[in-house]
Design a protein around this ligand. Structure first.
Ligand code: CA
Length: 226
């Protein structure tokens, strides 16, 4: 990683927040701290951290609600919940709300750091599999496609076509090139097939009136552009 990962701590116990902040800074992470739920939610949305450490019991907005609101807008940042001992129900509710993991208080800082490293490593691996343009994302390994938080079902060919466009964003791709790359050199059918598939893709990608991302370049081909 070229830039240090950015971690947001949302914790109302000032001393504990400070302690975790110092430990994470010492490990080389960039750290932000919020002391209540609403500030945590705002900071998470504005600063786009790579990971959030989120306390369960917070003034203003509880941790579980912060988690739910982030997920409701398609935010996939890894979230580690801090929960008190014996609150098993809370942990289940937290995972249901979209948290990725939890650490039980009181915790050892080594354990927390290990979890942080594991989740950051996992997102980096996922990033390598994910092609993204604006709010459109495609995962090559799981073959999932999303517009924001909306999952989109594609046929195998639609997926291949979109994947090819996503590997060359903002470039104008000729129809011949699309035909070669997506349908293969030996394709003998009607080249109008591209128009047909572009139309299918647009219908699915713009089903909820989202902005058009696949643009026609008249007489040449197509480009992914906003
Ligand atoms: Ca608390």
């Amino acid at each position: 990683m070229t830039t240090p990962a950015h971690i947001l701590i949302v914790e109302d116990e000032i001393k504990l927040a400070r302690f975790v902040e110092l430990e994470l800074s010492y490990e080389g992470y960039q750290v932000s701290v919020a002391h209540d739920g609403l500030a945590g939610l705002t900071t998470a949305r504005e600063q786009n951290p790579d990971l959030v450490i989120l306390d369960w019991l917070l003034p203003g907005l509880p941790g579980v609600e912060v988690c739910r609101r982030l997920r409701s807008t398609g935010n996939k940042v890894p979230i580690i919940l801090l929960t008190a001992k014996d609150e098993v129900g809370d942990r289940v509710a937290g995972l249901d709300a979209g948290a990725d993991d939890y650490v039980v208080k009181p915790f050892s800082v080594e354990e927390l750091l290990a979890r942080v490293r594991a989740h950051l490593r996992r997102t980096q691996e996922e990033d390598a599999d994910t092609l993204q343009f604006e709010d459109l994302s495609l995962n090559r390994r799981t073959r999932e496609v999303f517009r924001g938080s909306r999952a989109i079902e594609l046929t195998a060919k639609e997926f291949d076509l979109l994947e090819y466009l996503l590997t060359n964003p903002r470039q104008v791709i000729t129809r011949d090139r699309i035909l070669e790359q997506v349908w293969g050199y030996d394709f003998m059918g009607d080249s109008n097939i591209i128009e047909v598939y572009i139309r299918y893709l647009r219908l699915k990608l713009e089903e909820k009136n989202e902005k058009r991302l696949i643009q026609t370049v008249r007489g040449v081909g197509y480009t992914l552009r906003n």
